[in-house]
Structures are given as C-alpha cells and as structure tokens.
Design a protein. Structure first.
Length: 120
C-alpha cells in the first residue's frame, strides 16, 4: 500500500472496526462490572469515525486501476459497517431484536476484519 490516500481509507476502516467491536463487546458486558478504559475510549471515538467513514465512502477516488478497486471495496465495507451500526441503533430496548442486531453487527465486524488483509 504505497499510496498515502489508500492508507487514509485503511485507517478509517480499522478505526471503525475497532470502535464497532468495542460497542459489541460493551453491549454484552454485565452490569456492575468495571468496563475497560480502552473500550470506552474506542466507543467515544465512534461518532467521529462514522463521520469520517461517511465522508470517505461518498468521496471520489481516481488513480491506478488496482488502487481504485481497493478503494471501491473499502468504500463498500465502510457503508456496510455504517448500515449494520444503524440497524443496531434502531433496535431499541434489550430484547431479542436488539440481541439479533448486535449479532448482525458483530458478524459484519468479523467479516470485515477477515477481509482486511487484502488491503495491507
């Protein structure tokens, strides 16, 4: 990944994965247990990271064909992560629907993490 613009996209994907993973992990944390500071810090960065992801996903990228393909894939991933988070947030309460949304979000985060090696 020689192009510095690609590193910007990769950093956005990695940051969003980190924050969404923290959301999933904290959602299953038991009440009364102390939550780790790194997870809380990562969740605190979520809105900024979602904003950056939205801007990058909507941006235009031009360059070498291989770089354009890589960015196109990362833009799609950013959109999927954003959509999974939105679905999670829309499901209120702590019932079965919220649990299903958390599982869907965790699945999307895991799938993206598994793909990330392609953008190294």
């Amino acid at each position: 990944m020689n192009n510095p613009r690609l590193r910007v996209f990769r950093a956005a994907v990695d940051g969003l994965i980190e924050s969404l993973d923290a959301v999933v992990r904290l959602a299953s944390w038991k009440d009364g247990e102390e939550k780790p500071a790194p997870l809380l810090t990562s969740v605190a960065k979520l809105q900024d990271r979602l904003g950056a992801a939205e801007r990058l996903a909507g941006s235009h990228f031009s360059g070498r064909a291989t770089d354009v393909a890589t960015v196109t894939e990362m833009r799609a991933v950013l959109r999927r992560l954003d959509a999974a988070h939105l679905a999670y947030c829309k499901r209120g309460g702590s019932g079965e629907e919220k649990n299903e949304a958390m599982i869907a979000l965790a699945t999307e985060v895991a799938a993206t993490t598994a793909l990330a090696h392609r953008w190294a």
